[in-house]
Design a protein around this ligand. Structure first.
Ligand SMILES: C[S@@+](CC[C@H](N)C(=O)[O-])C[C@H]1O[C@@H](n2cnc3c(N)ncnc32)[C@H](O)[C@@H]1O
Length: 205
């Protein structure tokens, strides 16, 4: 692959996604390890499920989650037309993943059925940069996401500016999800064309 200004637009996009993946992974790991010591090992010692809601057109979170939780089954729900397919996610990840994706409204109970028709129960729900301020069914999404977490499961939400932080906190309070204090990303200035993580909101069930 070429460097810097010599990159084609699609190489630049891949570059940005990879940078986002590294950022996600580093931040996720250090925050979870400091807030919930031992939790990652516990999840890795059992059959676990991880759900990403609103994975969109970059699906940044799947490869880092697969690397951190190699035995987990990954699920993704996104309502949008631009949400990637499993094949596209695997091309970006350069790897086959144990993943099941569906295009559905995550604010609705019936969207949480897995590939065998069973309800999804997750140990971790990731909602990366939902951009709540731009609309969507997010109040119901938060409620449903919480309802589909296993006991001691973690809801991990990232937001990329102060306005989004305020909206997301209000919305979580509305659905009575008690969050930890928002944690600022140690590297908030590293912006890309995609969605940088400036604040992380975490709640454990
Ligand atoms: C700003 S994008 C974030 C994409 C991705 N998580 C990332 O970090 O690059 C927000 C995504 O949320 C999805 N979304 C919005 N409302 C939703 C809903 N009710 N259920 C599922 N996905 C939803 C949109 O389709 C969009 O792909």
């Amino acid at each position: 692959m070429a460097e810097g200004n010599d990159l084609t637009p699609s190489e630049r996009s891949i570059n940005d996604i990879q940078k986002n993946q590294q950022e996600f992974k580093k931040t996720f790991k250090s925050i979870i390890e400091s807030k919930f010591p031992g939790w990652i090992d516990e999840i890795n010692n059992k059959q676990s499920s991880i759900l990403s809601i609103g994975f969109g057109g970059t699906a940044t979170e799947f490869l880092p989650l697969d690397q951190e939780f190699p035995n987990a089954k990954l699920f993704g729900i996104d309502v949008g037309d631009f949400a990637l397919t499993k094949d596209e996610v695997e091309i970006i990840s350069e790897k086959k993943l144990n993943i099941y994706l569906k295009r559905a409204d995550a604010g609705k109970e019936e969207s949480y059925l897995d590939d065998t028709g069973e309800p999804i129960k997750a140990d971790l729900v990731v909602i990366r940069s939902p951009n709540i301020g731009t609309g969507g069914n997010w109040k119901n999404v938060m409620k449903q996401a919480w309802g589909h977490l296993n006991p001691e499961g973690i809801l991990y939400v990232t937001v990329n500016n102060d306005f989004e932080l305020k909206r997301t906190k209000e919305l979580l309070a509305d659905v009575e999800i008690a969050i930890q204090e928002p944690i600022r990303n140690p590297n908030p200035h590293e912006k890309t064309v995609y969605f940088s993580e400036v604040y992380i909101l975490i709640a454990q069930k």
